[in-house]
Design a protein around this ligand. Structure first.
Ligand SMILES: C[S@@+](CC[C@H](N)C(=O)[O-])C[C@H]1O[C@@H](n2cnc3c(N)ncnc32)[C@H](O)[C@@H]1O
Length: 388
């Protein structure tokens, strides 16, 4: 059965998300347990997401594979309504039991540019009809979204549950952590730019080290290492839907995925703060249970990147990836100096960094190859690739 899904993401990540969907789609499985040959159809692209049409069981599987998406909403019904009686009449037609059985669920109502705009009245009206909707949000329950825009009502079920950036390995976070979806976007930016023209970085090259000199609790390295691996350990809300096809109901359905890990990259992280370093070590243990197929080498060093000895890396190509301390929250420091000092690494090929636009990073060898706007927690930053 074909359905529509809205795959949401941070604004401005839509194009990357679309490319990402295209790149992993062939790994999704059909109901016979074999990789699908179908393609998703893009219905429209909006700020903050993409609506696609595809087989329902494939839409659900986006949750396991996407590193950039925030959430996957399953469009289950839509209609026009300008008056409450129309709204209620259409809601009554919806057979939610088909999807949720007797399960209680959260209700989220949002209205914009519509005649029916009073959200608390809309909520009251919807609660009268949808008896299993709870009044107080409970994160353990499934969720129904009702969105009214220009008098058009769209009903969607959340197939994700927890926000998708919560991969399950981040047990503790350091100061100013980066959201996992954005960390994945940084690695994606490296991949996108590294394979054009002269190859700067290839995940297949076992002789490459990705170094994070400000690695905090490890997010950038863990996202780079698991970029090609689905999340087979977390549970998603769609797995509790009532009308799941047989294959997805089986306890072992995830064993059908045939996933090879193309990444042979080695990873190295340096963190100054001892408490954050302990968190990093804890997260690494959790990472190994959440992404057991990732067998790449990791090395973590507690210390100051400015003083680190990199002579052991002399036979390896090194790419730096960094989210250094910037802004008000971390009273720093000399992050720019630390970054520029990394040119002493014997075989440094490139550096991907998120930084305030006013930073003037002056390297003697590396030059700006690519730079784009990057928003991290409301801060307007730049994501720049420097290379030889
Ligand atoms: C913005 S945070 C990085 C967060 C990380 N990307 C994450 O999501 O967990 C910057 C980190 O750099 C560390 N740091 C600052 N100066 C450093 C230095 N000279 N050498 C190594 N680490 C440093 C800080 O302790 C902090 O944990």
């Amino acid at each position: 059965m074909a359905s529509r899904f809205f795959v949401s993401c941070q604004p401005h990540l839509e194009k990357d998300l679309l490319n990402e969907l295209e790149s992993f789609w062939h790994q999704l499985i059909d109901l016979d347990g074999l990789p699908t040959r179908s393609r998703p159809e893009v219905v429209y692209e909006d700020i903050g997401g993409i609506e696609i049409e595809c087989e329902t069981h494939l839409g659900f599987q986006i949750n396991l594979f996407s590193k950039l998406a925030n959430r996957v909403l399953w469009r289950i019904h839509h209609f026009e309504a300008r008056y409450f009686d129309q709204f209620e009449k259409e809601l009554k037609k919806l057979d939610l039991k088909k999807y949720l059985g007797e399960q209680k669920f959260n209700l989220n109502i949002e209205s914009g540019k519509s005649r029916l705009f009073h959200e608390s009245n809309l909520e009251e009206s919807a609660h009268k009809i949808l008896k299993n909707a709870v009044k107080k949000q409970d994160e353990n329950l499934l969720s129904l979204y009702i969105r009214i825009f220009k008098d058009h009502v769209t009903l969607s079920l959340d197939t994700s549950g927890k926000h998708l950036h919560k991969r399950g390995y981040r047990q503790a976070q350091g100061e100013a952590p980066m959201r996992e979806t954005l960390a994945a976007k940084m690695y994606n930016f490296l991949l996108k730019n590294a394979l054009e023209g002269e190859v700067l970085y290839s995940p297949q090259n076992a002789n490459t080290v990705i170094l994070d000199p400000f690695c905090g609790a490890g997010t950038l390295l863990f996202e780079a290492a698991s970029f090609f691996q689905p999340n087979l350990v977390s549970k998603f809300d769609f797995e509790r839907f009532n009308n799941l096809p047989g294959l997805l109901k089986s306890e072992t359905w995830k064993k059908n995925f045939k996933i090879a890990n193309p990444s042979k990259t080695q990873f190295m992280g340096i963190e100054l703060d001892s408490k954050t370093f302990t968190k990093l070590e804890g997260n690494y243990e959790a990472f190994k249970t959440h992404f057991p197929a990732v067998e790449n080498g990791f090395k973590f060093i507690q210390g100051n990147s400015k003083a680190a000895d990199f002579s052991a890396l002399k036979d390896q190509a090194v790419i730096v990836i960094a989210n250094p301390p910037y802004g008000e929250r971390l009273k720093n420091t000399d992050a720019e100096d630390v970054l520029m000092s990394l040119e002493r690494i014997p075989n440094l090929k490139g550096l991907v960094v998120v930084h305030p636009p006013q930073w003037k990073l002056k390297f003697s060898q590396l030059k700006i190859k690519q730079s784009e706007a990057f928003n991290n927690q409301g801060l307007d930053l730049k994501l720049t690739l420097f290379a030889l």
